[in-house]
Design a protein around this ligand. Structure first.
Ligand code: H79
Length: 680
């Protein structure tokens, strides 16, 4: 893992609550949070004193103890310098509330182990500093005074506690792990979480982090989740309590993992995460903790559009501020919060408690919506204001009851007309109400009907025997009709209400129909019946593969023909073995793959860092690059018998992973049997 990249195909469902969760309905617990949509994240701690700079390098932040490799004794001395005399919990809460935020999540302890609260089980806390005020007490009380919910960020990873394992590689020698006992650390963690959930009144969110290290298991995560649930049944808990994260971005992978919501970090999942509660946490500049040199601030208009974008996809935004060592927010953050607040004063109605909009994408901006009785209010967030006074809402089949611009007390009614499948709004003011986004509220009958071009879903564009294809669109009153002879689908064409079987080379054309009328463009996709690649002649093969090793620091897969191998071995399969802990290394596995019958085969190749699958000399999956575990897929038509297979892989630094799965036709992806791997 190096850069933090995410694959959406790896994330699936978030288990609503822990495996053993006997507690009140998740929907009840989540209700305020779904309504809130917008919160403030605060990263503050001893690291803030260093302002991101150490030994001339100005690019550190909350990770500084590790990224600058500061010895623990030296870091401990920051305790003497933590004296944020200008800290004013009410001032912070007022800024958050004025920005339109409904909750605050603050670091009670980050990875460095320093506690900003009065902990009876640690001296590495705020009571050991000259400040000696329990910041969490002041902030939680102020939050309630300002009508804000309060949440605790709490790091599981801890670079200070002597029992925490593993040690960072760079301090293994200076801070040996002799005598460390991780179970004692778990007791410490539990004791602190208990303090945080009992000493400060009702706590609305527990936001864990730093759970990815190998010492933290799903079992420990589920136990911690259950403990929080028991102490405080209404508290909602993020997915990082356990091991359900798919890659570092914070989305949740399939499986039974504890956690009430997913936590995409520094990104917005494309298309949202239907059926899952999620919250994107995002910085205003490039760092979480205060960094004096970081002037790369997003503009307030960008931040407003970010909030709108997230709401339009059904998520929450947790926007970060890293306060300065004196306890104040940077002026840049203050100004942005104020401008977002001005926008929220006028447009908050189109954010709070809304749902993801019904459009796949809109040329002018975004859409959120709210069902109201037997109508739905669609909030059109117009980023690109038209200069001719008209706005076309493409493919809206609903009857419109009312349209107006949200402009404070000056409600601006708009006229509307239907033009084919579109709704056209007339009489827009010549200038937008706000340069970031102006909201138009459109009240329609019932649930919105959106005309979309059908999506043609197929496992591949080529096949050997036959292919099962679907052409679908969402919306109850809509139907999809299709043709296979190149003609335009009309109201007499067959309905695409199940699988369409394709058994010869053809082009599928599909369109959406409403009340017998075609209401969308025609989607088109061609499918080709292909001859499988011939098997290769190989005599006298033996089980296993040949694995060649190359040493070197690679950023991408190298041209291996230029390199000198550092070792060759006979191996059973693609397991990394000892190489899962090795850095700056590349491996090439070569041999044959036994294919059971003529068909199209799909391959899923997952790796950290990059990898590539080559069959019979052709690249089938390219998963190259420096990245966290990512899966990519590809397919190949293969004849029964042996085929030449080659898998290339490298790891620069950090985690290492390699896995190849295979599916026949449209069957499920399964592990490759070891007996199918051969070499000469
Ligand atoms: O608290 C914030 C981050 O410190 C924390 N999560 C958010 C909410 C976080 N922990 N780990 N990560 C994020 C991902 C790891 C990033 C790293 Fe790096 C890349 C660690 C080392 C290289 C970022 C860049 C941190 C130090 C340098």
């Amino acid at each position: 893992m190096h850069r933090i990249v995410m694959v959406l195909c790896m994330l699936l469902t978030l288990t609503p609550a822990g495996a053993q969760d006997p507690q009140p309905d998740v929907d009840d617990r989540m209700q305020w949070w779904r309504e809130a949509r917008f919160g403030l994240f605060i990263h503050w701690g001893l690291y803030s004193i260093l302002e991101g700079e150490y030994a001339g390098n100005p690019n550190h932040a909350e990770w500084i103890r590790t990224t600058a490799q500061i010895p623990v004794e030296e870091y401990d001395r920051l305790l003497e310098r933590f004296n944020p005399v200008r800290f004013d919990a009410d001032a912070w809460c007022e800024m958050a509330a004025d920005a339109g935020m409904r909750y605050i999540v603050i670091t009670t302890k980050h990875h460095d182990g320093f506690c900003l609260f009065d902990s009876k089980v640690s001296d590495f806390d705020v009571m050991s500093t000259p400040f000696q005020r329990d910041i969490m007490k002041e902030l939680s009380e102020a939050a309630r005074r300002h009508g804000l919910r309060i949440g605790w960020y709490h790091s599981i990873m801890d670079w200070h506690h002597p029992d925490y394992l593993p040690r960072r590689g760079w301090e293994e020698a200076s801070r040996p792990a002799d005598g460390a006992d991780f179970s004692r650390f778990v007791e410490y963690l539990h004791a602190q979480v208990r303090e945080l959930l009992t000493n400060y009144g009702p706590i609305d969110i527990m936001w864990f982090d730093g759970e990815w290290e190998r010492t933290w298991t799903a079992e420990l995560g589920n136990e911690l989740y259950a403990m929080c649930r028991e102490i405080s049944p209404e508290t909602i808990i993020n997915n990082r309590v356990s091991k359900g994260r798919a890659g570092m971005a914070g989305l949740t992978r399939e499986g039974n993992f504890a956690g009430d919501f997913g936590t995409p970090e520094q990104e917005v999942p494309e298309g949202g995460l239907p059926g899952v509660d999620w919250e994107s946490c995002i910085t205003m500049n490039r760092h979480w903790g205060w960094n004096r040199a970081d002037t790369d601030w997003k503009s307030s208009n960008e931040l407003i559009r970010l909030l709108v974008d997230i709401a339009s996809k059904g998520g929450n935004l947790l926007l970060n501020v890293g306060p300065r060592p004196d306890g104040t927010f940077p002026e840049e953050a203050v100004a942005r919060l104020r401008r977002i607040g001005d926008w929220m004063d006028l447009n908050g109605e189109a954010i709070y408690g809304t749902q993801a909009g019904p459009f796949r994408d809109l040329p002018f901006g975004r859409c959120t919506m709210r069902p109201v009785g037997d109508t739905t209010t669609l909030y059109l967030h117009v980023f690109d204001w038209p200069d001719d006074g008209t706005l076309t809402v493409p493919g809206l089949g609903s009857s419109v009851r009312d349209a107006h611009v949200l402009a404070g007390s000056r409600v601006r009614p708009l006229s509307h007309r239907r033009v084919g499948g579109d709704i056209v709004l007339d009489g827009l003011p010549s200038a937008p109400v706000h340069p970031a986004s102006t909201t138009i509220a459109l009240v329609v009958d019932g649930a919105p009907i959106v005309y979309e071009t059908p999506e043609i879903e197929a496992p591949s564009d080529i096949f050997v025997h036959e292919l099962r294809v679907r052409a679908r669109v969402s919306g109850d009153d809509l139907e999809v009709r299709y043709t296979l002879d190149g003609s335009d689908p009309d109201s007499t064409s067959p309905l695409a209400d199940g699988d369409i079987i394709i058994d010869d080379t053809t082009t599928l054309r599909a369109a959406t129909f409403h009340d017998g009328r075609r209401v969308s463009a025609i989607a088109e996709r061609s499918f080709e019946k292909v001859e499988p690649w011939a098997r290769v002649a190989a005599r006298r093969t033996a089980p296993g593969l040949i694995r060649t090793r190359y040493d070197g620091s690679f950023d991408r897969l190298p041209d291996f023909s230029d390199l000198t191998p550092a070792g060759v071995a006979n191996v059973q399969d693609l397991s990394l073995g000892e190489f899962s802990r090795r850095e700056r290394v590349a491996l090439v596995f070569e041999g044959y793959l036994m294919i059971p019958g003529d068909d199209l085969y799909r391959f899923a190749l997952r790796s950290d860092d990059g990898s590539r699958l080559i069959i019979d000399g052709r690249v089938v999956v390219d998963n190259d690059g420096l990245h966290a575990p990512i899966e990519r897929t590809g397919s190949a038509p293969l004849a029964r018998g042996l085929h030449r297979i080659r898998v290339e892989w490298f790891n620069k630094t950090g985690g290492a992973d390699l896995h190849l799965g295979m599916a026949r036709g449209d069957g499920p992806i399964e592990d490759i049997r070891t007996q199918a791997l051969r070499h000469e």
